[in-house]
Design a protein around this ligand. Structure first.
Ligand code: GRF
Length: 190
């Protein structure tokens, strides 16, 4: 059984999809740790409902990013985490995390990267008038949404409004995250 950590800052619908798939045996892995930089975020309550250990911290309580990441790396090491899944974790990782876990950290992004990096990808795509939407899972490196792409899935724009697009993107994200983790396991890449 592979051991996963999920990092999130907000809603946690991707966490829910991954944890649910693990619990139902649709992923041959277990979520052993949730890391959240906003203790009041919904994902913290979701993790508690699954009985999953959570490290919820306030970055303001630390002198630097390196300080809290050292704590996170110690936790990941001691819980023997095989793969870190970023799922709406709104912080860039520093060398502390990457020196220890690069190649074992993946992220999901709601666009067809390299288009529309950053926090407002769906709005930007809508403003741009793109005709093909999609989601991407990629390895995490020292750039924002910039690491090598692992998987993507697309769908055509057919006049949807923002709420419809968000719902479609999220549904696709959940499916792609589960399939991608399964693929990495099947190919012995973790
Ligand atoms: C997702 O759209 C993900 O692609 C982006 O942040 C959002 C997180 O959603 N990085 P949720 O917290 O998993 O519901």
């Amino acid at each position: 059984m592979k051991r996963l950590a999920v990092f999130a800052s907000g809603e946690g619908s991707n966490f829910e999809a991954i944890a649910g798939a693990c619990a139902e045996g649709r992923i041959a892995a277990e979520v052993v740790l949730v890391v959240c930089d906003r203790p009041a975020a919904r994902v913290v309550a979701r993790a508690a409902a699954h009985g999953i250990e959570t490290f919820a911290f306030d970055p303001k309580g630390y002198a630097s990013k390196a300080d809290y990441e050292r704590e996170i790396v110690a936790l990941l090491d001691s819980r023997q985490v095989d793969l870190v899944c970023l799922a709406g974790y709104m912080r860039l990782l520093s060398d502390v995390m990457l020196d220890s876990y690069e190649g074992r950290i993946i992220n999901i992004h709601p666009s067809l990267l390299p288009a529309f990096k950053g926090a407002h990808a769906i709005e930007q795509a809508l403003e741009y008038g793109v005709k093909i939407y999609g989601v991407t899972i990629h390895y995490v490196d020292r750039t924002m949404d910039g690491g090598r792409i692992i998987s993507q899935q697309a769908f055509p724009y057919e006049g949807h409004d923002m709420a419809e697009l968000e719902a479609m993107v999220h549904a696709l994200e959940h499916e792609l995250y589960i399939n991608t983790i399964n693929k990495l396991i099947a190919e012995s890449r973790i």
